[in-house]
Design a protein around this ligand. Sequence first.
Ligand code: HEC
Ligand code: HEC
Ligand code: HEC
Length: 297
Amino acid sequence: MPLKYPNLNATKIERPKPRASDQEAGITCASCHLTPDGKVRGPYGSDAPHATVKDESIKTSVACAFCHSEGERVVGKQTQTFLEWREDFYQAGLGTEQCQDCHMPRTTRKLAENFDVPERVSGRHLWTGGHSFQRISSALTLAIVQTEEWKRPLEFHVTNVGAGHSVPTGSNRRAVYLTAEIVDSKGQVVATKDWMFAPWYGDRPDDRAFLEADKIHEHVFAATQADMQGPHETIIRAGEQRVLGWTPEITEGRYTVRARLIYDLNRYNDREFKEDQREIAYGELELVVASRKTNSR
Ligand code: HEC
Ligand code: HEC
Ligand code: HEC
């Protein structure tokens, strides 16, 4: 259905009106380009066989708001992308990029015509997201820190440097895992640990305590599968550096710490199913655990 763009500062983003159930569903050109008065909007306002209207706000985040946010902002919840961008990124002063600047990279090209017209600058209709390795691997950085020399406590710093919103954003199915392992000098893995960052399904953290209440939830299946996984790390907000501490149970010696960030398109299928997982960052640290400095290095 045609959409009127919301106000940039609207507190609540309404759900877009779907077409009648017997009509074609899904996203088409009209979903983004058709105005409520039946014209086709674009940044240029070209001559075309249909009525066109020049609307520069199509180059801004309001053009994406309706379908990429729902309701009012709840930090940590799923489907908040536009509100995350507005509050944590744009208004916070982290950047001025709009959704299109990252997700519809502009190139010089002919637009939709296949006859002879001058080339113009326009955003490519790619929408690189969770299925784009290039996009997801630009989101986070990972650093490993031994907080005190010769001692066991470690810190993992996961920083959102590349997304204009939380990571992972959007559907509660998405997850990022941080896995860490300690390898001894013989190459044996002697300790492991992992964390999961994911959007909450609802207005509160996912929690097994709600499994009984979920039986009468409006969406029983979706609410149950989220709560079944139980508590996890919240999504990493734009510009946030998340610090995760771990003190592995290891004796004195020389080790290598290896850490990985893995993006998973669907956290509800088996963790062993790797087809929808991609490693997006890797880090290593040489670790020496000793009671005195003199016998090491
Ligand atoms: C998800 C939203 C979305 C969908 C779906 C979409 N577009 Fe676009 N389109 C945009 C945005 C946003 C821009 C402006 C890009 C920019 O910032 O440069 C644009 C720009 C254009 C332009 C340049 C407009 C001008 O004024 O010259 C053309 C032509 C175009 N789209 C055609 C299409 C066609 C044809 C389809 C369907 C096959 C389509 N679009 C589907 C969002 C969309
Ligand atoms: C009319 C609704 C609608 C509008 C408007 C819209 N989107 Fe989407 N977008 C969707 C839906 C629905 C999906 C999920 C498609 C799927 O999972 O099959 C999606 C998916 C995406 C994805 C993820 C693709 C992937 O890899 O899974 C990106 C990135 C994205 N949109 C960006 C944008 C940007 C940027 C804009 C504004 C220019 C925009 N969208 C406007 C409905 C919309
Ligand atoms: C500074 C660059 C940047 C800006 C601005 C930005 N994004 Fe993203 N976006 C990313 C990165 C990096 C990812 C991959 C990490 C993730 O999924 O959170 C991503 C992922 C996504 C996804 C993929 C979710 C999925 O499940 O596949 C959607 C949808 C999306 N962005 C929509 C938007 C919308 C809508 C806006 C504007 C309100 C926006 N983005 C602004 C960089 C950006």
